[in-house]
Design a protein around this ligand. Structure first.
Ligand code: ATP
Ligand code: MG
Length: 422
């Protein structure tokens, strides 16, 4: 029996009929989960939680529907499918059955947190339930495919989800402060890795539908010019840095490839440009922020001596991007903490974090994105000198399939492709 089916059994006696609906108090005695990045274990700790339960007013039928979908196995998307020109109706048909499974899974993940009593987490939970019910209604009412209506549902769901990460981070930072033993970094990191990887796959699926109906560009591109993506991203980050700090760090770009066909060394390969841009943006934001905060940064000549360098290199099978700065590096004792969603040295508290720095999500989320693309990410710090970030991507992305975390099944991010650290 799956976890939420078990939760449901414990919940049924607590259902309270009200005038028009039924109040389902969920997760009163939920079983906490131990999530690990390489798989998920259920840990039974028969104890009642003192925390306020996530409470929602939904009908019993909807509650059962969510739990039933949460127990179903998601179907991973493969790049070879995204690459095909698919009729919007076919894509909509897939989304109508697949979205509820993934969304219900994320609802369950929130409900399985040992504590949810933060407004932000309750808000994310509520929005997920809303999205689930919206999609289920259109799936059951709309036997004929109504493109206009479906586009508006997909757009609405994407907009509900826009600030999910921000809300989750505010809620989880607060919970980890209040309950440091249970909501410790390891627990929060494993939870977010699973939750956000599931969310990323859903986002790709919905955005690709909007591409099929011509509302936006393809999420997956067969011939992506990585230099153009990097240049646009670097310019956007520079503008952000000037706006936030008044300092404009210099960013240099170079490309080199062993393949003669890669003109001027720039590899053209299949990838998800939006995801690569996100990763580079987070790395460059960190480098720009650290450069702008370093000593003498207000002096133009000093900044000119510390350019941020981006090198794209490629062979037949891989693309590797190195971003290096001369902004003083990260102290050795920080170690793997940089990969924690709860670690940041930005001079802000989480309530007023800026777009440039402040939540601690940039690096762990970027690493998750590279893993989603079948790649990997590493950092090398030279304390007192600077930091180098390495992003490693497979060049043949067409053969890649995503991993969709699901509490009922072991899930594994792909083994990182060879990192070639000599
Ligand atoms: N290039 C760098 N130079 C110096 N320190 C860095 C660099 N990159 C990361 N760090 C350190 O690692 C921490 C975590 O980085 P991360 O990008 O995950 O979060 P953040 O930048 O603090 O906030 P966010 O990215 O969510 O806005 C930073 O706060 C900083 O202390
Ligand atoms: Mg950052």
């Amino acid at each position: 029996m799956n976890h939420c089916a078990r939760t449901l059994q414990t919940l049924l006696p607590t259902l309270h009929p009200t005038k028009n609906s039924v109040v389902a108090r969920i997760n009163r005695n939920a079983t906490p989960l131990l999530l690990s990045s390489r798989g998920i274990r259920l840990q039974s700790q028969n104890r009642a939680f003192a925390s306020m339960a996530v409470a929602d007013i939904i009908s019993i039928a909807d509650r059962l529907d969510i739990d039933q979908h949460a127990s179903m196995k998601p179907t991973p998307l493969c790049a070879s499918v995204l690459d095909r020109s698919i009729q919007p109706e076919e894509a909509a048909h897939f989304i109508k059955s697949e979205f509820p499974i993934r969304c219900a899974e994320r609802i369950r993940m929130i409900e399985c947190l040992p504590y949810q009593d933060e407004d932000e987490l309750l808000e994310v939970h509520k929005r997920h339930i809303q999205s689930f019910l919206t999609m289920r209604r259109i799936a059951s009412n709309d036997l004929e495919y109504n493109e206009k209506e479906f586009i508006s549902v997909v757009s609405e769901i994407l907009s509900y989800d826009e600030d999910t990460i921000l809300l989750m981070m505010k809620g989880l930072h607060q919970l980890s402060k209040e309950r440091p033993d249970e909501m410790n970094a390891q627990y929060v990191n494993s939870f977010l890795d699973a939750f956000l990887l599931n969310r990323l796959g859903t986002e790709v699926m919905l955005k690709q539908y909007l591409a099929y109906v011509g509302i936006r560009g393809n999420v997956f591109e067969r011939s992506c010019n990585i230099m153009a993506v990097t240049r646009d991203t670097a310019q956007a980050v520079q503008r952000l840095c000037v706006r936030k700090t008044g300092v404009r760090p210099k960013i240099t770009l170079e490309a080199a490839s062993v393949l003669k066909d890669d003109k001027e060394g720039v590899p053209i390969f299949s990838c998800i440009p939006g995801a690569i841009s996100f990763v580079l943006q987070e790395i460059l934001k960190n480098s720009c922020h650290a450069t702008a905060m370093s000593e003498g940064a207000t002096d133009y000549n000093e900044i000119a001596k510390r350019p941020i360098s981006v090198i794209i290199s490629a062979d037949e099978k891989h693309v590797k991007i190195r971003v290096s700065d001369r902004a003083g590096g990260i102290p050795f004792e920080v170690g793997k903490n940089v990969w924690s969603y709860l670690y940041t040295t930005a001079n802000t508290n989480v309530q007023d974090a800026t777009e440039l720095a402040g939540f601690g999500v940039g690096l762990p989320l970027s690493r998750l994105y590279t893993q989603y693309m079948g790649g990997s990410m590493n950092l090398v710090s030279l304390p007192g000198y600077g930091t180098q970030a390495y992003v490693f991507l497979p060049r043949d992305t067409i053969s890649q399939c995503e991993v969709v975390p699901d509490l009922d099944h072991e899930w594994h991010v792909q083994e990182p492709i060879g990192e070639f650290i000599l």
